[in-house]
Design a protein around this ligand. Structure first.
Ligand code: PEP
Ligand code: MG
Length: 841
């Protein structure tokens, strides 16, 4: 064999030919050989070579076999680009035949040699000759003539004798592995794991280290860290007199590696080999710049390294490993930052179902808010509160949620709804609370009146039954699942600090309550980018005040009702200012249609009539009068501010007074006030005039001067298109991509969950546009809005505060078009910080 054949390459220390097209295993072995580790002789076959073999070309066996002694047994292992894509299983002991049986019998004992031969016959007949595996079922493994029996069974079934020639066996093995890779099922399986359709397979042919024989012989795997925690810990298994991955089979009487209270260990049985292995593994960690699992074999006490693969790890272990590699100077900090998939941080920020748990899945929906929790089913917010009062964890199950459910969501451990998508009410609130939540689980039947939840397989769950909601992947499980806790440890903090060092776009949080703000600060948000003030009024006592305002007769009454609300609003905003300690806080004026604050059922209407001292018929009539055919496109946002201007007046005053209260003893604050749902510049002019008047009045009353920044939410297509008209009247734009997506597609954000799956499955939308920003359509409006806004006002601050603000792909786009910051739910802040850093590196 020529050493520099690009398709059939002998792996040597100074091999001049790259093994770039021979797969990950070949590449790794090449590096191990260069590190002078004891790797058996290896020949690597390229993707092209293996493809040719799959299509019927006969491999050039003589060239492949050239480096191996004629008696040498061989193994063939797959070498795909990424080991996670899978591949055909390894075939060991190629070259076993009648003559080798005799020779080997003398060396390692007849029984052991017979076992190797029999194993090879079995594996060859299933993988290469494609015979039914059960043809050997009745044979007695302990019979003295076991080999003869196996050979006979093979010959009977295959209608030819078992091949004796090593080259012929090797051709069969190579061909079967090459074809297995190109089969349709295998292709679909690996594509599901992210492999491209044309992913190639390389193969490595290696000298067999028997792991069976005299002295200490065996095989196993070793790694230097725990794959769950990422902490240093020598783990792995070793089995004497074994080959391949025998030590990992369940039931195998394998040894632990380090001295271990649980049982015998390699450290005690073969201390020298153990020490050598540790040294080799440490070299691999440093030189391959990664925590590796090393596959090894021991032959008469001598250690051989057969392969190295990246240690399998949980997200929390991945963070710790990357940080400790950087702390040890093995990789630069920026590389540690690049190694963590931002979304994987969700696993650290929330409790999760223990990854080793068997899941009893009974339903699925949209993964609306990450984390997992178990609890007894309750069907109303009141029951959730009662349950919390008893100290019992509960899952709030609703067809959909409305503002009245927020109290229940606060009390519950998780929420599950039948309707809704990623920006539905339940989803937005749950993300803000850090509450695990699945929405749009429409294949389950929500019989809330009967207090039943019926799974697609017919299982019925009643009030009080325990279920588990996994908001990270959208699954509903029967019963209580074991959990692993959130892990905001020192490794996480280091990684995030390194990310902040390189990041070039700011990250703020959407926060409405003191708890939200504290979470935001804890995750190092640089300010609040969106405070939805309506969310400050969902608590029972405050709801009544708002309802009185809605039912006020005329402007005077309304002003009086608003006077009651003013101190509540002022205190809530002051609290946010205090918590954020001088960081910017952007307060959005009232946005939702007023009727959202009104009860929907008869009992609620009766309670309201009582509270307002009005006849029930009166209340019912007025609630009906406030109803709209299409409330999301009706009297909401700035339209409310124009038609009932006293509401925004009150809010502006509350903001200014709160700012003056807090700055008396704290850091200076520049309040930011934002107007929602603008579509015309005149709306901004009208609102601005009134806010300026309120500011002037407060200045006079308090005898203090102050300034404020006014912003516009760009969330209607028209506002984006007319950005040049609007920008001169304000200091900043914040793109509300939830509404902007809704209006650009003409797609209800609350109902899209019902048909989003078929739409995505059939490729109508590449992804849920409420989840991942639609660059082509909605993105075009963002780009236009940003360009036109900055044209009129170059210093205009730009940001996104829709749910997309926390999605890595959207952050990339926001950077591209020159936004100053993104704002997202507090629990998504770390993901956004890391993603933003990765785009800057
Ligand atoms: C938006 O529309 O993107 C937004 C942030 O506002 P809301 O979700 O409150 O409508
Ligand atoms: Mg909006």
């Amino acid at each position: 064999m020529q050493q520099n054949d690009p398709d059939i390459t002998l792996i040597t220390q100074d091999a001049p030919v790259s093994v770039a097209n021979h797969g990950g295993r070949a590449k790794c072995l090449q590096r191990l050989v260069r590190l002078d580790l004891p790797v058996p002789v290896t020949v690597a076959l390229s993707f092209d070579e293996v493809h040719r073999i799959a299509t019927g070309e006969t491999p050039e066996v003589a060239r492949i076999l050239a480096p191996f002694a004629s008696e040498q047994l061989l193994c063939v292992r797959p070498s795909s680009e990424d080991p996670d894509w899978g591949g055909p299983g390894a075939v060991l002991n190629i070259g076993m035949n009648d003559a080798r049986l005799e020779a080997l019998g003398k060396r390692i004992g007849e029984k052991a040699a017979a076992r190797l031969y029999v194993k090879f016959i079995q594996s060859y007949s299933t993988h290469v000759a494609r015979l039914d595996p059960d043809i050997f079922d009745d044979l007695d493994m302990n019979a003295p003539n076991v080999v003869a029996q196996f050979l006979e069974a093979y010959e009977d079934e295959a209608e030819e004798p078992f091949p004796q020639e090593r080259g012929q066996q090797l051709v069969g093995v190579l061909r079967s592995m090459a074809r297995a890779w190109e089969g349709t099922t295998a292709r679909l399986l690996r594509m599901a794991k992210g492999a491209p359709a044309d992913a190639g397979l390389g193969l490595v042919v290696q000298s067999m280290v028997l792991g069976v024989g005299q002295g200490e012989c065996g095989s196993g795997v070793l790694q230097l860290v725990n794959g769950d925690s990422g902490l240093p810990q020598i783990t792995g298994r070793y089995l004497s007199q074994s080959q391949g991955r025998d030590a990992l089979q369940t039931g195998a009487e394998a040894l632990y590696l380090e001295r271990d209270a649980r049982g015998a260990s390699l450290e005690e049985e073969a201390p020298e080999a153990f020490e050598q292995l540790k040294t080799h593994a440490a070299v691999m960690r440093i030189k391959l710049r990664e925590e590796m699992q090393c596959e090894f074999a021991i032959d008469s006490g001598e250690v051989h390294i057969l392969d190295g693969v990246r240690v399998q790890r949980t997200a929390r272990a991945a963070v710790r490993i990357a940080v400790s590699l950087a702390n040890d100077g093995i990789i630069p900090r920026e590389e540690a930052v690049m190694r963590i998939e931002p979304r994987a941080l969700n696993e650290l920020l929330h409790r999760q179902i223990d990854p080793n748990t068997k899941r009893d899945v009974v339903g699925a929906g949209v993964a609306a808010s990450p984390g997992a929790a178990s609890g007894k089913i309750v069907f109303t917010a009141a029951e959730a509160q009662a349950s919390a009062a008893r100290g019992e964890a509960c899952v709030l199950v609703r067809r959909e949620t409305n503002p009245e459910d927020i109290r229940g969501m606060h009390a519950a451990s998780a929420a599950l709804t039948e309707r809704g998508g990623i920006t539905s009410h339940a989803a937005v609130i749950a993300r803000g609370l850090g509450l695990p939540c699945v929405v749009g689980a429409s294949q389950m039947r929500f019989q809330t009146r009967k207090r039943r939840l019926v799974a697609p397989d017919g299982r019925v769950f009643r009030e009080g039954d325990v279920i588990t909601v996994d908001g990270t992947n959208g699954q509903i499980l029967a019963g209580e699942a074991p959990m692993v806790e959130a892990a905001l440890d020192d490794a996480f903090q280091s990684l995030m600090n390194w990310a902040d060092d390189v990041r070039d776009i700011d990250v703020r949080a959407n926060a409405d309550t003191p708890d939200d703000a504290r979470t935001a600060l804890n995750f190092k948000a640089q300010g609040i980018g969106l405070c939805r003030t309506e969310h400050m009024f969902f608590e029972a006592d405050r709801l009544t005040a708002i309802r009185e305002m809605i039912f006020a007769d005329g402007s005077e009454d309304r002003r009086a009702a608003l006077q009651q609300i003013l101190p509540l609003q002022r205190n809530s905003i002051a609290e946010l200012f205090r918590i954020m300690e001088g960081r910017p806080v952007c307060v959005r004026l009232f946005d939702p249609p007023l009727h959202e604050f009104l009860p929907t059922d008869r009992a609620g209407l009766r309670d309201l009539a009582e509270a307002l001292n009005l006849p029930l018929s009166d209340v019912t009539r007025r609630v009906e009068a406030l109803g709209e055919y299409n409330p999301m496109l009706g009297m909401r946002g700035v339209r409310l501010g124009i038609t009932v201007p006293e509401i925004y007046d009150m809010q502006a005053r509350a903001i200014f007074e709160a700012m003056l209260m807090v700055t008396e003893d704290g850091a200076p604050i520049m309040p930011e006030i934002m107007i929602p749902l603008v579509s015309a510049k005149r709306e901004v002019e009208l609102v601005k005039t009134r806010i300026d008047a309120v500011a002037a009045a407060v200045r006079t009353e308090k005898g203090r001067d102050f300034d404020y920044r006014l912003g516009v939410m760009v969330e209607t297509p028209r506002a984006a298109l007319r950005a040049e008209d609007i920008a001169p009247h304000c200091d900043f734009f914040s793109f509300g991509t939830n509404d902007l997506t809704q209006m650009t597609y003409g797609l209800s954000r609350d109902d899209a969950g019902r048909f989003m799956s078929p739409y995505v499955q059939q490729g109508v939308f590449p992804e849920d546009p409420f989840h991942t920003l639609d660059r082509e359509g909605v993105g075009e409006l963002l780009r236009l809005g940003a360009e036109r806004g900055r044209k009129a006002r170059p210093e205009l601050t730009l940001s996104v505060c829709g749910e997309h603000g926390g999605s890595p792909e959207s952050i990339a786009f926001c950077r591209e078009i020159g936004m100053n910051y993104v704002s997202c739910s507090p629990f998504r802040v770390p993901v956004a910080r890391l993603a933003a850093a990765q785009f800057a590196i």
